[in-house]
Design a protein around this ligand. Sequence first.
Ligand code: HEM
Length: 442
Amino acid sequence: MTTDAVFDSPAVPGVPLPAFVQTLLWAGWPMEFLERAQERYGDVFHIHTLLFGKEVVLAHPEDVKEVFTGDPDQLRAGEANQPLEPLVGPRSVLLLDGPEHLRQRRLLLPPFHGERMLKYAAVMRETTAEDLARWPRGAVFSLHPHMQRVTLDIILRTIFGAEDPRDLTDLRAALSKVLDRLGSAFSTIATIPPLRFHLGGFSPWAIFQREMAAADKLVYARIAKRRAEGPREDVLSLLLSATDEEGKPLTDPELRDELMTLLVAGHETTATMLCWAFDLILSHPAVRDRLVEEVTGAEDPQRLPYLDAVLKEVLRMRPVIPAVGRRLSAPLTLRGRHYPTGTLLVPSSYLVHHNPEVYPDPKVFRPERFLDRKSDPYTFFPFGGGVRRCLGMAFAQFEMKVVLAEVFGRVKLKKARPGPAKVTVRVFTFAPEKGVEVVLEG
Ligand code: HEM
């Protein structure tokens, strides 16, 4: 069977609209698009968008389990992540598969172990408090740019090890320029392979490359500085001293690609997830009040059961990456359906997280459901799964708890408009429209 045959097969029904129309629906009404398709076709269906091509969406926990526990050489996430190559570089852990992926992942894992996070807690708290001091009083403002700055500064300080305010300013300016492109239609256009031409340096692709080169220069300078100054507590120091089984360290181009990967994978995701947390918490006064009571005066946000449950419920309802991709390098059969080599399978956390058999009243924001429930990796996977599960999962959860505890413990916030925000798509993520507009009270 060819890849196209799967899309014509009655065993895998799909949305029969032209790719262009499906792309518009995906961009404008992402939740509704997925939900309507699931209602009509069930837990397995295919869609076709201009961004990702043809893909088979999986919303059945058994399929998810098979994919996450299957052979990673056959279910290739690196191939599925190729659209990120211009930003993260060809040696990024995100883009590799097979033994090369495992080698990079082993080198990157130690700095992200749970207990290491404690070393970053003070920086996370300070960065949040510094930004909080700049929030306007009595006027409507959007939380998104603030969350972007907080999460960017936390990465620059804890991962890149930028302590010096000048280093921080330069890196922030160069990297946020490149990262902002990621969130705009510009970047999508600039990085589509057929549109990568120069036009005498004025094309979107040429501008993107120029900005990337400026950012790269600073990243390489950071690596050289850290080598010269010797190790500190940051992730870069640990990566500089890490070696694989053959005793080989990461090369400078590998380090550059991994630093960019951590930035790209960890910055906008965490900023957007925090916006969703504020959006949902502030739209539910009883949850907000209980949370405020728990965090006020608490020493350690990592030991607060209600905050933990609230964060899980936010991750369930609004997984910023609503689906993860695996491209097949060999045919695979899942629950009696055959998929040929080349098929892109995408387990959807968004759809599984809204399965009423697993989560009764799935559209209701109810953190209590996580208070006495252990989450299962095939029905709760906002960070993906298997050997590709998010490397920054512990870091991101730790950081979000610190930020939420800091904000709710210090100020009173109110949403500018009642009700949860509409979901929109920012390239690869589900994001709240208008970045959650709020007002500081009192
Ligand atoms: C709320 C914040 C975050 C969310 C929702 C998130 C989600 C994800 C998801 C869904 C994947 C794909 C997993 C798969 O294919 O199965 C992923 C991969 C990854 N994430 Fe995160 N992420 C977050 C924050 C972070 C942070 C803070 C970092 C690092 C500082 C990070 C680093 C990575 C890396 C390196 C990968 C690639 C792992 C691999 O391919 O082996 N992420 N993340």
